[in-house]
Design a protein around this ligand. Structure first.
Ligand code: HEM
Length: 483
């Protein structure tokens, strides 16, 4: 009659509601990091009866989420946004099973290696060049232009769709659905996720008010999945299309079920890839304002290796070690997904004397891993030199080991993201001087605290972006705006 192994420790909660009042609604990763001092690298909380394990060390995340990924790869059951609105059709919310594996296989065929993404270089380079021109024309619309470039790349890859120069109707459709899901995916945004019984309450009862958004959210999700897909089919029918992810899969005769899978896989690309790179590239402009010496050093490297007559291209990455290190530091400084996406266990497990039952949601505190002073010296400083063995005694850990998640759920777009961020950073540094704006000769000091949320973004900021020289301006203006 041995006692069963315990669950990982954590703050003592209240009966029934557990740790609802202990877990903050904002910046949970900072609280979890602080709690690790008391509860250790693997701890737990209980939210209204749902047990969640929080991993505060990279070693534990690797031991569980990477090495035992066959049992740590399911996703949480989200009643409102997943089941009722229908976002379970997008791979990030798929349960671990055959549909998930097939979708990942299809995504991997296009984006699953550095070489596959290298083959997309002409498209990525042309799109980032257009980004430079749009920012040059209207520097105050920086964030909108970063968003447009990310959307343009994914819409071209997924559907062969070319975004319009001004407002684009397809970008607007997908952005609307995306903004709704990110608001709704905030932990505890909908009580129905914890009390599924509420789904049977009529909308006019207090417990049923959340229902008012369902129709709009469902309509917008369907539009995001269906409208670009119909576009591809129409273009194929008239025989005029740029080959893309969807058109390639439509070459075979599809059953209705297979067609649904292809459509959802294509939408998953946009869902996973639009907001994420936007955060990193926008964060780059904020970092360059705040760390001018980093900007000068990166520009000096570009000028000496590439010269000033042409823009850097993807193949130049190896020759630009400091710019490469700068891209790594962007991923580390403010990770896009500070808690990644929770993994759920599909079998019981034991680890470090603890019993972890099937169904437990496991959160990796990526933010903590990337700000751990044992791994990164002065973790709150923005210092690309930390990744160069020429600057430090030994280079610090590559943040890509954690920033893109773990195991079988690791980001399927990571090579694309890596290439896109590099191009946006290297090309912008080649032509722009990025500074804090000044009012009456006094520089404004930006807020550098990124937002809370599943995807963490830089706060709104103003930025002065000007061509570095007349030659740089000529380079920017040479962008080909007609595909
Ligand atoms: C800087 C950019 C990016 C970062 C930091 C990032 C990071 C992440 C992270 C942390 C996850 C969760 C992994 C896990 O659960 O362990 C994820 C999932 C995902 N990402 Fe990315 N990502 C980025 C860009 C992209 C791009 C460009 C695409 C697509 C083209 C993409 C598509 C996806 C998809 C579809 C998933 C869900 C995978 C699944 O649940 O199996 N991501 N990403």
């Amino acid at each position: 009659s041995r006692r069963p192994a315990p669950f990982p420790p954590g703050p003592r909660g209240l009966p029934i509601i557990g740790n609802v009042f202990d877990v903050p609604t904002q910046y949970q990763w900072k609280t979890f990091a602080k709690w690790s001092e008391k509860w250790g690298d693997i701890m737990s909380v209980n939210i209204l009866g749902q047990r969640m394990v929080i991993i505060n060390s990279a070693e534990v995340a690797t031991a569980l989420l990477d090495r035992k990924s066959s049992i740590y790869s399911d996703r949480p059951h989200m009643v409102m946004i997943g089941e009722i609105v229908g976002w379970t059709r997008i791979v990030s919310l798929h349960n671990y099973g055959p549909r998930f594996r097939e979708t990942r296989r299809l995504l991997s065929q296009m984006l699953g290696s550095r070489d596959k993404v290298a083959a997309l270089a002409p498209l990525l380079e042309a799109e980032e060049h257009r980004f430079l021109l749009r920012v040059f024309r209207d520097p105050d619309s920086l964030v909108a232009q970063v968003r447009k470039a990310a959307g343009a790349i994914i819409l071209m890859l997924a559907y062969g769709y070319e975004v319009a120069d001004g407002e684009d109707p397809y970008v607007a459709i997908v952005e609307k659905a995306m903004s709704e899901v990110s608001a709704a995916a905030t932990p505890a945004a909908f009580l129905v996720d914890f009390f599924p019984i509420l789904r049977y309450f009529p909308p006019w009862l207090p417990g049923g008010r959340w229902k008012k958004n369902i129709t709009e959210y469902t309509r917008d999700l369907n539009a995001m999945c269906d409208i670009p897909y119909q576009f591809v089919k129409q273009r194929i029918a008239i025989g005029s299309f740029t080959p893309n992810f969807t058109s390639r899969l439509l070459e075979e005769k599809l059953t209705a079920e297979r067609e649904q899978l292809v459509k959802d896989a294509a939408s998953s690309l946009y869902a996973g890839g639009s907001d994420t790179t936007v955060s990193t590239v926008t964060g780059f402009f904020l970092a360059m304002m705040c760390y001018p010496e980093v900007q000068r050093r990166a520009q000096a490297e570009i000028d000496s290796v590439i010269g000033t007559d042409k823009l850097p291209v993807l193949a130049d990455r190896k020759r630009l070690p400091y710019v490469h290190a700068l891209c790594l530091e962007l991923l580390r400084w403010n990770p896009v997904a500070p808690l990644a996406i929770p993994h759920v266990m599909s079998q019981d497990d034991h680890y470090a004397g603890y019993h972890l039952p099937k169904g437990t949601a496991v959160m990796a505190n990526v933010w903590k891993f990337l700000h751990d002073p044992a791994t990164y010296v002065d973790p709150f400083e923005f210092d690309p030199g930390r990744f160069l063995s020429s600057d430090k005694k030994s280079a610090e850990q590559d943040p890509r080991s954690y920033a893109y998640g773990f195991g079988r759920r690791i980001c399927p777009g990571m090579y694309l993201a890596d290439a896109t961020v590099f191009l946006a950073v290297a090309m912008s540094l080649a032509v722009f001087d990025i500074r804090k704006p000044a009012a009456d000769g006094v520089e404004m000091q930006p807020n550098v605290e990124f937002t809370s949320g599943v995807i963490s973004h830089p706060p709104p900021f103003k930025c002065s972006i000007k061509p570095r020289s007349a030659k740089a301006e000529t380079l920017i203006l040479s962008a080909d705006m007609t595909l």
